[in-house]
Design a binder for this molecule. Structure first.
Ligand code: FAD
Ligand code: PYC
Length: 419
């Protein structure tokens, strides 16, 4: 309470008993106009960040974000909130580091607390190969000026006392990599804060507006068909995560993307037991603890393709088995909820951000299991690409053409969660 004014205490009490009545809307709910300068399809974090940076960095405010359901109801609201920039290749390191830096300045920038908690992310090594690979990665990451370090078993145990570090464990812990600036951020806050900030700059955010067709005049895009009528624009960005290939197909473009379910779960809340994020790519489980005390657990993708945002029981079972090998102390915890999202996976586990063969049509997708951490960076480079009709140097390597030139950016290892 220290530092709170009498007004804010009064306001807190009044709102607590007043059913939140009379609160102003955080963003408007306008009817769609007939035309805009730019249409962004998809009201997840990446679409909202694109709209925000179009307005803020490029002065383009005649923008509509079209969302088929509610803001952040896709992967933005379903992910496990891990942010980090410990990627192997220079191209990825630069992009994800830009994003982490934008996250570091985002709360004051959009005047909304995104609850960035730089509690560190630990990636475990369970055998000598893991350890050598991880050590090589740490070297590459540091060469790009990004913080990363190798921990030995004792250092891991000191940071995560509840981790089973016995030498005879089924998955012995031989060491780990640590990025101290990595951590978690509140996913809903990022969607809501970006929506409010974009709206304040004049962007129209239109929910319950599904894009059902992409309009072309020869080789140019001219707008979209939606469940709320035709909306025209000379520039259209597709930012729809698991549905990227569906939307691209509406414009006659075939993408090398597959959509898979990715699941996560939370336990009942308990007192603080783990104050960092622990991931094991080899065992396929990762754990952090939420502000409410729940253990937040995730695994790899479900192997089958699907557009239904739920997964299968065997993946949950396998994930729980792995989790209990690493953290026997969790054996009596109850799982409260499980859910899934649909992730869009490229063959090289890197995203596609750039122009398409259709003039005025741009794609930002293929983030697979790891796009939350890229939210502001992705929006920032995509806004540049759409505003200037050419990629920013940071997203130039992530063009669609790489699948014909062969200049792939293979980040399967850095994905941390198999995809
Ligand atoms: P979304 O938030 O999915 O937004 C796309 C929007 O497009 C949706 O709201 C959807 O409704 C809308 N849309 C789709 N079709 C249409 C249409 N026809 N018309 C209009 N709108 C449409 N990444 C990390 O970095 N760290 C993590 O810890 C992490 N954990 C994850 C855990 C799980 C369980 C899942 C599922 C994903 C996780 N990810 C994580 C990945 C991350 O969530 C995504 O890569 C990222 O959120 C994608 O953001 P987005 O804005 O592109 O997508
Ligand atoms: O990319 O760090 C990540 C991640 C964690 C969980 C899912 N993706």
């Amino acid at each position: 309470m220290k530092g709170m004014t009498r007004y804010s205490i009064f306001s807190l009490v009044r709102n607590a008993i007043g059913y939140h009545e009379g609160w102003p809307r955080a963003w408007r709910s306008p009817e769609p106009r007939e035309t805009y300068d730019v249409i962004v399809i998809g009201g997840g974090g990446h679409g909202l960040a694109t709209a925000y940076y179009l307005a803020k960095e490029h002065g383009i405010t005649n923008v509509a974000v079209l969302e088929k359901s509610w803001l952040g109801g896709g992967n933005t609201g379903r992910n496990t909130t891990i942010v980090r920039s410990n990627y192997l290749w220079d191209e990825s390191a630069a992009l994800y580091e830009k994003s982490l830096q934008l996250f570091e300045g985002m709360t004051p920038d959009i005047n909304f607390n995104i609850m960035l908690s730089q509690r560190g992310v630990i990636n475990l090594a369970h055998n000598l190969h893991d350890l050598r690979e991880l050590t090589r990665r740490v070297g590459a990451i540091r060469l790009n000026g990004i913080d990363s370090e190798v921990l030995n078993t004792q250092q891991v145990k000191a940071m995560v006392p509840i981790l089973n570090c016995q030498p005879d464990a089924r998955y012995p812990v031989l060491g780990a990599s640590l990025q101290r600036r990595a951590g978690v951020a509140r996913h809903d806050a990022i969607a809501w804060g970006l929506a409010r900030a974009a709206d304040a700059r004049g962007v129209d955010i239109i929910q319950n507006c599904e894009v059902t067709g992409i309009l072309r005049d020869g080789g140019r895009v001219t707008g979209v068909e939606t469940t709320r009528g035709t909306i025209r624009a000379p520039k259209v960005g597709i930012v729809v995560a698991g549905h990227t290939s569906v939307l691209a197909a509406m414009a006659g473009i075939r993408l090398p993307i597959q959509s898979h379910p990715l699941q996560a779960m939370v336990s009942e809340p308990v007192k603080p037991v783990i104050d960092t994020v622990v991931m094991s790519g080899a065992v396929h489980v990762y754990v952090s603890q939420s502000d409410r005390g729940e253990l937040l657990l995730g695994a790899g993708i479900d192997g089958f393709n699907s557009y239904a945002p739920r997964g299968s029981l065997p993946v949950i079972e396998q994930q729980m088995a792995a989790c209990l090998e690493l953290f026997p102390i969790f054996s009596r915890l109850r799982v409260m909820r499980t859910w899934g999202g649909i992730v869009d996976v490229c063959p090289d586990a890197s995203p596609i951000i750039g122009k398409t063969p259709v003039e005025g049509l741009y794609i930002n997708g293929g983030w697979g299991t790891g796009g939350f951490k890229a939210t502001p960076g992705s929006g920032w480079v995509f806004a540049h690409t759409m505003a200037q009709d050419r990629p920013h140097p940071l997203n130039e390597p992530f063009a669609l053409e790489r699948f014909t030139t062969g200049a792939l950016i293979d980040e399967h290892g850095a994905a941390a969660v198999a995809h």
